[in-house]
Design a protein around this ligand. Structure first.
Ligand code: 6R9
Length: 646
């Protein structure tokens, strides 16, 4: 339906872009045509201690399975993100920090200041006994010290494992144990939406279940009175006052690990996704430049948390590798008011804003007025990441937020991919609301059916990537067999993304959601995202989540959880209206069999709807809902169970 709706590249973008449509076609062709040459050429965008002579060395086959990029190269990631800019950009702002409370002052760090802070933190870590290859767990709020700590690890060759500050002590302990880290960097408390987050207390609670933990470094943020255990806990301030700012760079192999990041536990035990140094940094830098047409020192804001891969690649590594100015925001999108994001945009003259559909839908629910009371004149480009963006949210983002002048860059990628794989380029690609559009240079997507036949032309099936790219994860920490098993055993010789996907007549890719979310109704395959998109088009609906449930005649029926806009009341009449609405939007095949009105949906702290729980409730199997501890608000589940649609 939306396939026909296309937004051409605006004239001013076509005129000033670094990569136009012909440029994209040429890059794409060269990257797949002569990858060795293309990638060695691209590698020049980094500063190498020893320049690589080998590009990719990989095989996705079981008998010679390996993934390496630039394996003979040596570099240091932190030196690439900071030191090399000192000569040309020493006085340029590297990081703008916007506090939770708008009444507090923002902070700015130039590249020279960032260099000193990173060096100081690195010396503190060294004095605490951290060596190359050691794992350092970072459990911090969104404060500049989180960035200093990550860069400090990279500088001395330690492997950081950032754990999102919203995770429970139990989840934190599991992640400390899994990578056997002996040190945690945290804060007394975090601040989000005007409320304190008891980070240090959570570390104390985790410590009992994490025997490897020997040292805790605590950054003072709120000054709350926290317990400090003698010999184990140290104030960062005290250690830093004894540390110098000069710290030599550790030369690293391109394939030495940079970080481990645990993927959100929607299914099973979280996996420690491992990324290495050279290929990852190159991919973060290249994709950040291409998808946002980024040119330093443009003010750029990725409103993710550093605890997610989006924060790693697109708050820190990509923008800094490109000599950019990156904004770090401590707070949440809707506090103190629904205008906050736009006020931050105005305050810092943000040109590029990158956020998630879930945040947009929440703000959309509050109407246009909170947006319209702000200027947003500085905005040039709007990005989206994390889930399929439903066309209604896309249009709102484009029309209300961007006033029809900012391209919407919908970036499809995963923790595993290190950076974006499928996305439009603002000066090259016509946009279609809801489509991540076309693959980036070097990315070779294929759509396969259930048994692995490659489907050509217009097609719908499972999304696989047929070749390695530099930013690909290298292993699951401590479990290489699981790495192969999870991603390379389903379709031989290919990386399986776990996502469903459709390619339209123009070759555009439309991610339909995780394939475990695909439902089969009377033999017809349907993306849950498709039904959800239809539901949220209804003027009274704020958000919807759709799952399959066993149905005697159809095989699977459609069960929809619907959150209404503020001030709307659930009723049987509205339920009927929504069923009829979906029938007209998609067709009778998509008619929901059950609609449950839900004041809120169960979401992980990164904003992903936990469908596993929704499926169980829909199936009436509520006796064992499994682990709900990673939910942002576990009480949502009780309400859903009590109000199950019959
Ligand atoms: C970066 C990130 C990965 C999963 C991925 C897919 C979904 C992310 C998307 C998208 C449609 C987009 N996803 N971006 N789906 N369009 N633009 O979110 O990583 O947390 O590992 O999640 O998120 O289902 O497989 P991660």
């Amino acid at each position: 339906m939306t396939e026909q709706e296309s937004y051409p590249v605006p004239a001013e973008w076509a005129a000033r872009t670094q990569v136009d449509a012909a440029g994209y076609a040429s890059l794409y062709g060269r990257a797949l045509g002569d990858p060795g040459r293309f990638w060695l050429e691209q590698a020049k965008r980094l500063d190498w201690i020893k320049r690589p002579e080998i590009a990719g060395d990989w095989s996705f086959n079981e008998d010679d399975f390996r993934i390496a990029w630039f394996p003979d190269g040596r570099l240091n990631v932190a030196a690439n993100c900071v030191d090399r800019h000192l000569k040309t950009r020493g006085d340029q702002t590297a990081i703008i920090w916007e506090p939770d409370d708008p009444a507090d002052a923002a902070r700015r760090f130039t590249y020279a200041e960032l260099h000193a802070e990173m060096g100081r933190f690195a010396n503190v870590l060294k004095a605490a006994g951290v060596r190359k290859g050691d794992r350092v767990t970072i459990y911090m709020p969104m404060i500049p010290e989180a960035a200093f700590a990550m860069l400090a690890c990279a500088r001395i060759g330690a492997i950081h494992s950032v754990v999102f500050g919203g995770f429970s002590p139990e989840a934190l302990a599991g992640r400390i144990r899994d990578c056997d880290s002996s040190i945690v960097i945290t804060a007394d408390e975090g601040r989000r939406g005007g409320r304190p987050v008891p980070l240090k207390a959570n570390v104390d609670a985790a410590a009992g279940h994490a025997p490897s933990l020997k040292t805790v470094i605590v950054v003072k943020v709120t000054g709350a009175n926290v317990a400090m255990q003698d010999g184990r806990d140290h104030w960062y301030e005290d250690l830093a006052s004894r540390a110098g700012t000069d710290c030599p760079v550790e030369p690293m192999g391109a394939e030495d690990p940079l970080f481990v990041l645990y993927t959100s536990g929607s299914t099973g035990k979280p996996k420690g996704v491992l990324h290495t140094s050279g290929g990852y940094l190159l991919w973060a830098a290249l994709t950040h430049e291409l998808t946002f047409d980024y040119r330093a020192p443009s003010i750029y804001w990725c409103a993710a948390d550093i605890g997610w891969v989006t924060g790693h690649s697109y708050i820190l590594y990509g923008p800094l590798a490109n000599g950019g100015t990156t904004l770090m925001y401590e707070g949440v999108p809707n506090w103190p008011t629904a205008s906050r994001i736009w006020e931050v945009v105005d305050r810092h003259k943000v040109e590029i804003l990158y956020t998630a559909p879930t945040a947009l839908r929440a703000l959309m629910r509050e109407g246009d007025a909170p947006v319209q009371r702000t200027s947003r004149a500085s905005l040039k480009l709007l990005g989206s990441v994390g889930e399929p963006i439903n066309p209604e949210a896309w249009r709102w983002y484009h029309h209300v937020v961007g006033e029809d002048r900012c391209p919407i860059i919908d970036t499809w990628w995963q923790t595993e991919t290190g950076g974006t794989l499928i996305a439009p380029l603002p000066g090259a690609t016509a946009l279609k609301p809801g489509s991540a559009t076309l693959p980036l240079p070097g990315v070779d997507p294929q759509i396969v059916d259930a048994v692995g036949n490659v489907l050509t032309g217009e097609a719908e099936g499972n999304l696989v990537i047929a070749r390695s790219w530099p930013g690909q994860m290298r292993t699951v920490w401590g479990d290489h067999a699981r790495f192969f098993q999870t991603y390379f055993s389903t379709y031989k010789g290919k990386y399986f993304t776990g996502d469903g996907c459709r390619r339209d007549a123009d070759g555009y890719y439309w991610i339909t959601g995780r394939v475990d979310d695909v439902i089969n109704v009377s033999g017809h395959r349907m993306g849950t995202a498709e039904v959800e998109s239809a539901l949220v088009l209804h003027p009274k609906v704020a958000e919807a989540a759709v799952v399959g449930f066993p149905h005697d005649i159809k095989g699977q029926g459609i069960y929809a959880y619907v959150t209404l806009n503020a001030n709307e009341e659930p009723s049987d009449a509205l339920r009927k209206e929504l069923v009829a609405w979906v029938r007209t939007e998609i067709g009778p095949i998509a008619s929901p069999d059950a609609i449950q009105f839900a004041p809120a949906l169960p979401k992980t702290r990164s904003g992903k709807i936990m469908r596993r729980i929704l499926r169980k409730i829909a199936e009436g199997d509520t006796s064992n809902l499994g682990d709900v501890s990673t939910l942002a608000d576990p009480s949502v589940v009780e309400h859903l169970v009590a109000n199950r649609a019959a």
